[in-house]
Design a protein around this ligand. Structure first.
Ligand SMILES: *Cc1c(COP(=O)(O)O)cnc(C)c1O
Length: 232
């Protein structure tokens, strides 16, 4: 079932690249496995998936340990508490959700220089909701410049989770705004190439606006247990 859904999602991505005149394979798939068990990840691995996204550091590290014989690129995409930066710095290849300088500094200090730099995106509060995580658009440049100076982090780009909407044009607007912020960073001389945007319900709008990584959970793994399969 998971293998079949994964193939369907990958085909949809390839079709949307064509539809929106994006270069072939310019959009990569991050399979979001939070609150799904190790067996579900193994099924996706069998279908050829190599990049997985997790939201809860402790839950993720248990899965990473259980799968350490397999070559997987792990991405941390959840809110980051200060006391979780060490786990993230030690176990992940990417972090998408840096939203303050303190977190960036701790990740840089705790990332071993023997490991490749931790690929890093700034999470932007693109719909500017007070309750949401992410840095406000006007503060992105300063945080991105900070990250770019840290030797054990590698600034890659921007991530956002816009306010959900069922209207296609309303879905596109915040993604367009995020793409425009990435252009601002490029104009400032930062070497960025990543737009991490789009989930199961708004993936088409994100690809239309230039997503380079879509983060898909439900469409691959099915619904999550709302109470959490594994306690965060
Ligand atoms: C859960 C989650 C996703 C995946 O969401 P789906 O709607 O299940 O595809 C993507 N990004 C982040 C940050 C998430 O927390």
């Amino acid at each position: 079932m998971i293998q079949k859904r994964l193939q369907t999602v990958l085909q949809q991505i390839r079709d949307l690249e064509v539809k929106y005149q994006r270069p072939s394979h310019s959009v990569s798939l991050l399979a979001v496995s939070k609150q799904h068990p190790v067996e579900a990840i193994r099924e996706a691995l069998q279908a050829g998936q190599r990049c997985f996204g997790e939201n809860y550091a402790q839950e993720a590290v248990e899965k990473i340990d259980a799968l350490k014989e397999v070559s997987i690129e792990w991405h941390f995409i959840g809110p980051i508490q200060s006391n979780k930066t060490k786990l993230i710095a030690e176990h992940f290849a990417w972090v998408h959700s840096i939203d303050r300088e303190k977190i960036a500094r701790r990740l840089n200090e705790q990332r071993s220089s023997k490991l490749p730099p931790l690929h890093a995106c700034v999470e932007v509060n693109i719909s500017q909701e007070t309750s949401k995580s992410g840095v406000m658009p006007e503060a992105v440049l300063s945080l991105a410049k900070n990250i770019a100076l840290f030797p054990n982090l590698k600034l890659r780009g921007l991530m956002a989770i816009p306010e959900p909407s069922h209207d296609f044009e309303s879905q596109r607007r915040p993604f367009r705004a995020l793409a425009s912020l990435l252009q601002d960073l490029k104009r400032e001389g930062l070497a960025v190439d990543t737009l991490s945007m789009g989930m199961s319900d708004d993936c088409e709008a994100a690809i239309a606006e230039g997503a380079t990584i879509v983060r898909i959970g439900t469409a691959i793994f099915g619904p999550r247990n709302p109470r959490g399969l594994i306690n965060p």
